[in-house]
Each structure stands twice: as structure tokens, then as C-alpha cells.
Design a protein around this ligand. Structure first.
Ligand code: NA7
Length: 543
């Protein structure tokens, strides 16, 4: 038997200018921009290939709900013009292929090490470097550490008694196996009706003998309106690189859609209804991100759109009792993530599908052959957990990150993250986050790409000035965090439990709402980020 190839493994002697954690959109962006500066980089990725979320979330039905050409990279006009997205909202296999294409196209693989989990990182004071420990026991060192670990990457299982006793097939949507999973002839249970649950439910319902959906919170949803990109559309999209780049760089949340500047009350009832109808039937997030600006701040405005969506659900679901379970009543439209669907509500008109309302009949126990709720026992051959993530902070906190004076990141963020633009946090010099807590929310790869440029500019500044240590001034980080808090407190989202507000009932100590994302608009975020670059990073401690 040949000896295992360990040539690409890091050893204790390895030193790099930069270590990057994660091969999703953030890690790839960071690697490209830092390599362009001439830095030696090493990227570690736990998965066996690139793609991040699009490597792990390979469940049937997984696809974008932001337009494919607004999600892919913008750093290279050539790349933008040569890649043909086959659908307006690409499915996971094509997206994973795209990430592999990008990695090969820019010869990134030689600096990437897959199947390698980073377990810890410690800042060595005096030397101003990070020592990075891998799960296989080896370590390496780098001046700069970039955690591009993703805001939605640490899967969460529900805390239900007996969960470990389940003996049937069981999968989490974010840890879906590489082998085909067959639902035909099986009694399948799906827990969770967020963006992932909705997509997998639509697929399972097609072939399962019986599908039981366990829903805790009813969500507002809107049709995705996916379709193939025609050759004419393809040419049009690829020729509009500059325009599309400018557009995603100017909207509130980096999407192609942006709010209508009018108030919802400027329109007559009939005109408003027509507007809603048009947006409901438009592609992607039009009705959410492209609605009136006041639906997210004004309860009366929000009631109007919430009622519209509720009517749609009641129209589409035949059984009135099932429809009532699917109609959200405890929050307003757009205050939680709006899943985008394709015939999702019609699934509940099928005879092979049952909806369990967990608010009325909660889980009692999971047994080897199914689940007991307070209303009875559901026998299941397969259980799918679409129960989401330890969102936004979870993947950062999963690594033992220790900064100056032995400060632990996890402990520092116990009462909520404190960051400077989601990019850096006090006490952790030379440590950067991609799409970190309190960065501008929205179309995640846009934040990632933008963050990578910022980090590269900072590193360039440090090198040009012969500096080796930088961390944000605690007052500046506190100011940004307070600003993010102020912005959120003016939004209806602040009154609602979800991962948007950092609530995670599956993790101890995460029942209180907190501020984990910046909701003041990507344009303000960009202004602040660019001012830091232009002014020579004044709000930082530098040595
Ligand atoms: P989400 O949006 O966090 O959805 C998770 C779903 O799982 C949601 O319906 C939860 O209900 C449900 N859930 C979680 N824990 C439980 C327990 N213990 N019991 C019952 N139901 C539970 O995750 P997704 O993966 O769908 O999407 C995350 C993001 O990734 C998405 O926004 C995309 O941008 C990509 P709840 O609503 O908490 O009552």
C-alpha cells in the first residue's frame, strides 16, 4: 500500500503571510485579493471541495433565491462574461460547479487544503502572528488570519428528547450526504419550514409515500418564479456587467431589488393591490426587497402587505384548517427571512402530505421509529432536520480563538458581538472576519467580496507603513455596535424572534434578542468602510 500523501499538510514549521479559513465566497475572495498583493496564503477548508454553503447544503431542491448573476463573483469582468448560468436561480449542483470553475480558472487550488478543520487560533503577542491549530494536531503561523467561516454554516439539531434513539435514515439539510437519497415509498418527516425546509419539502412531496411536515412557526413566502436563462437573456446579462455591478453595489441589501421610495399610503387601495400583485408575480425577492420602504418600519404599512400574503396562502391551500396553520399570525411580513417557493403551498393539497402545527401540538419524544407529539405518534422511515444554523456568530465561536491577554472570542461575545463593521473585534489583532457579525446583511457573497477588498487595502497599508499589529479602537467598535443597535431598534424586525435577531432556542443562553447584523443599508456600510481606507484607518490601534 502506498504511503499517505502528506506533502500538502501544514506542519509546525509552516509560516504564511495569511491563513484563510473557509473556501466559500468569502475565503475565495480573500485568497484572490491577498494573493494579488503578493502574500503567501494558505486556505483551510473542512469540506472536500470549495463552495462553502454550496458544498454542504446539497439537499434536493437547494438553490439560490437571489438571482444567479447577482450572487456570483464580480471581481473579474471576464469571469462574469464567460460563465453561463442556466437558470435565474441556480440549483446547488451548478453553483458547486461554478465555485470549482472559479478555483481552477484562477489557479487557487494550490493554496487550498481541503478536509482540514481549523480547531483553534491564538495570537502570539510580541511576534504579532497567529498560531493556527488544525484538528489533525498540526499548527502553522501567519501574520494575518481571515475567518471566512460563513454566517449560516454551523448546523443546529433540535433539542428533542430521544433524538439520539431514532433508528431510521436521518439527515440535516446542511450535512446532506453525497450519495443519492431516495424518498420513494417512504414515510418521511421534515422538521423546519425555513428557506431550506421549504425547498426540500417541495422535492420530497413528489415521491414520498407520505410526508409529514413539522412546522413550529408559519412563515410568509412568495413565489420564486425561477426559469431558464434564455440565450438572449444570457447575452443581455453578460453585456451588462458594469451596470449590474453598480446596481448590487447601490441597493439596500446588495440585491438587484431595492425598495420603492414611496410610502405604501401614497397609493389608492386598488393601485396598492396591483403593485402587490405585480411584485408577487415578479422574480425572486421583488415583493420583499422591492416593496415600499415603510413596510419594515410601520406596523400599519406592514399589516397591509402581511394581509395580502395571508390571502394568497388561503387562496392556494384548499383545506381551510391546513391553510390556517400555514398563515403567519405572530409576526409581520419581512420581519423574518422570507423563503421563496415553487408550488410550496400546493404541496399541502396532496393526499400524501400532512402538516403538524407544533405550536398547537408540540414534540414529546423521538423514538426509534418515529416522533410523538402531544396529538399522537408519527411513524417515519426517514427524518430530515431542516432546523437551520447557529447563525451569524456560531461558526466563529466554534473555533477556540484567543486574542491578547488570553481573551477568548466566545467569552467576549457572550452578551452579543461587538465589532468594527463586522470586520474586526477589539482584543483580536490582525484577525479579520468575512461577513462577520454586524456587517451589512443581505446578499452574502457581495458582503464577502467587499470585505476582502477592504482587508487587502488594510494589509497593503500596514505593509507600506512597516506595521505588524492592528486592532480596532474599543470605542470605535462600541460606536459601530451601538449604531447597529439603534438602526435595528427602529425596525419591526427588532420585535421578532428569529436568527435575524440572534435567537436560537436550540442553543443554551440564546433566547434573548440581540443585534447580530447591520440593517442600516449596505450603502452606509460601504461609506464607513471606504472612509476608513481613505483616511488611513484612524479608528485603530496600530504598531
Ligand atoms: P432557518 O431559517 O433557521 O429555519 C429553521 C427551521 O427549523 C425553522 O422553521 C425553525 O422554526 C425550525 N426549527 C428549528 N429548531 C426547531 C425545533 N427545535 N423544533 C421545531 N422546529 C425547529 O434555517 P434554514 O436552513 O431554513 O435557512 C437558513 C438560511 O440559510 C436561510 O435564510 C437562507 O439564507 C440560507 P422556528 O422558525 O424557529 O420556529
Amino acid at each position: 500500500m502506498a504511503a499517505p500523501d502528506t506533502s500538502s499538510r501544514a506542519s509546525v514549521a509552516d509560516n504564511y503571510d495569511a491563513v484563510i479559513i473557509g473556501a466559500g465566497a468569502g475565503g475565495i475572495s480573500a485568497l484572490i485579493h491577498l494573493r494579488n498583493l503578493g502574500l503567501t496564503c494558505r486556505l483551510f477548508e473542512a469540506g472536500e471541495g470549495p463552495g462553502g454553503a454550496w458544498y454542504w447544503n446539497r439537499y434536493p431542491g437547494a438553490r439560490f433565491d437571489s438571482e444567479s448573476y447577482s450572487y456570483g463573483f464580480f471581481f473579474s469582468p471576464d469571469l462574469f462574461r464567460e460563465w453561463n448560468w442556466s437558470e435565474h436561480f441556480s440549483g446547488q449542483p451548478e453553483t458547486e460547479a461554478y465555485f470549482n470553475y472559479v478555483v481552477d480558472r484562477f489557479d487557487l487550488r494550490k493554496d487550498m487544503q481541503f478536509a482540514t478543520r481549523v480547531s483553534a487560533a491564538r495570537f502570539i503577542e510580541g511576534e504579532n502572528v497567529w498560531e493556527v491549530a488544525l484538528a489533525d494536531g498540526t499548527t502553522c503561523r501567519a501574520r494575518w488570519l481571515i475567518a471566512a467561516v460563513g454566517p449560516l454554516t454551523t448546523p443546529q439539531l433540535p433539542r428533542i428528547a430521544g433524538i439520539e434513539s431514532y433508528a431510521g435514515e436521518a439527515y440535516h439539510t446542511a450535512r446532506w450526504p453525497h450519495h443519492p437519497v431516495d424518498f420513494a415509498g417512504k414515510r418521511v418527516g421534515v422538521i423546519g419550514t425555513g428557506a431550506s425546509g421549504v425547498q426540500v419539502i417541495q422535492e420530497v412531496a413528489k415521491t414520498a409515500r407520505h410526508l409529514t411536515v413539522f412546522q413550529r412557526t408559519a412563515n410568509y413566502m412568495a413565489p420564486l418564479k425561477n426559469g431558464p436563462v434564455t440565450p438572449e437573456e444570457q447575452t443581455g446579462i453578460q453585456s451588462r456587467y458594469d451596470e449590474l455591478k453598480a446596481r448590487v453595489s447601490s441597493t439596500y441589501a446588495w440585491f438587484l431589488h431595492s425598495p420603492d421610495p414611496r410610502s405604501i399610503f401614497d397609493l389608492s387601495d386598488d393601485d396598492r393591490e396591483r403593485f402587490f400583485e405585480e411584485r408577487y408575480n415578479a422574480r425572486g425577492m421583488a415583493i420583499w426587497q422591492g416593496n415600499f420602504r415603510d413596510i419594515l418600519t410601520d406596523r400599519a404599512a406592514n399589516d397591509l402587505i402581511s394581509d395580502f400574503i395571508r390571502r394568497k396562502i388561503r387562496e392556494r391551500v384548499k383545506d381551510p384548517q391546513t391553510a390556517e396553520k400555514l398563515v403567519p399570525k405572530d409576526h409581520g411580513f419581512g420581519t423574518r427571512r422570507v423563503p421563496h417557493e415553487t408550488n410550496y403551498f400546493e404541496v399541502y393539497n396532496q393526499p400524501n402530505v400532512t402538516l403538524v402545527d407544533l405550536k398547537a401540538t408540540p414534540f414529546e419524544v423521538i423514538a426509534p421509529d418515529g416522533i410523538r407529539t402531544s396529538e399522537g405518534f408519527h411513524e417515519l422511515d426517514m427524518l430530515i432536520y431542516a432546523t437551520g444554523f447557529d447563525a451569524v456568530t456560531g461558526a466563529f465561536e466554534a473555533i477556540d480563538i484567543v486574542g491578547v491577554d488570553g481573551r477568548e472570542l466566545r467569552a467576549e461575545w457572550r452578551d452579543g458581538p461587538v465589532t468594527y463593521l463586522g470586520l474586526m473585534t477589539p482584543g483580536f489583532p490582525n484577525f479579520f472576519m468575512s461577513a462577520g457579525p454586524l456587517s451589512a446583511q443581505g446578499n452574502i457573497p457581495r458582503t464577502c467580496e467587499y470585505n476582502a477588498v477592504w482587508v487587502a487595502e488594510l494589509v497593503r497599508y500596514m505593509n507600506e507603513n512597516g506595521l505588524t499589529y492592528i486592532e480596532p479602537d474599543p470605542a470605535a467598535a462600541e460606536q459601530w455596535t451601538a449604531h447597529a443597535r439603534d438602526v435595528q431598534s427602529a425596525l419591526l424586525v427588532d420585535e421578532v424572534d428569529s436568527w435575524f435577531t440572534g435567537v436560537n432556542a436550540n442553543r443554551e443562553g440564546r433566547l434573548e434578542r440581540r443585534v447580530v447584523q447591520y440593517r442600516g443599508g449596505a450603502y452606509i456600510y460601504r461609506e464607513r468602510s471606504e472612509a476608513a481606507i481613505a483616511n488611513g484607518f484612524p479608528e485603530f490601534i496600530k504598531k
